[in-house]
Design a binder for this molecule. Sequence first.
Ligand code: AMP
Length: 218
Amino acid sequence: MTQLNLVFLGPPGAGKGTQAQKISKKFGLRWISTGDMLRQAIKDKTELGKQAEKYMKRGELVPDEIVLGLLEQLLSTLNTGFILDGFPRTVPQAEKLDRMLEAKSLTLDGVVFIDVPDEEIIKRLSARRICPNCGAVYNMIYNPPKKDEICDICGTPLVKRDDDRPETIKKRLKVYRNQTAPLLDYYKTKGILIKIDGIGTPDQITERIEKALLDMGK
Ligand code: AMP
């Protein structure tokens, strides 16, 4: 399998995490979620986690020095292709990523943009549940666990993410529109943006992404 270095982009709740996890398995890539790394740091009560927590609870972006520090460490240990999920989230982060990759003689092959309209996002995020133990993600409407609110994989009771409350959802969408959406033009100009219709079942969307990635290699 070819080495692919990808970014998954989209509004909160577009299904980036779910899809990044599935595609990384299929293509043998490392899945890197900055949101998960930050949630883990909060759970572990590290100094960095303590600093990040207040921003995340408010639905705001965590300062660059925190996220970049985490990511830089991780990229230096990588020996496979990767999917970045939740990074970059601003144009300055994208520029920083370009420089980090360049320093390692790596290139970004594609940016998968999962397109979902706002009304659908609010519906999805309100129904999202995560497993606090293994990180599996469910949706009580579209992708419910087999047993009510219990993780299929490890049997742990599911929880709502702290930032999936209505007020925080609105704030995150605003942050996305103002700070992250400009990345679409940034990557379109570079000719590596791949737009995927994010409405459908998780399996349908995985198929669309897979096909687009295979077409890219032709
Ligand atoms: P996610 O799991 O990707 O939805 O991220 C959850 C939260 O983590 C975001 O709302 C931000 O507060 C923070 N976060 C994740 N990735 C980044 C990033 N690249 N830059 C700044 N904050 C981030």
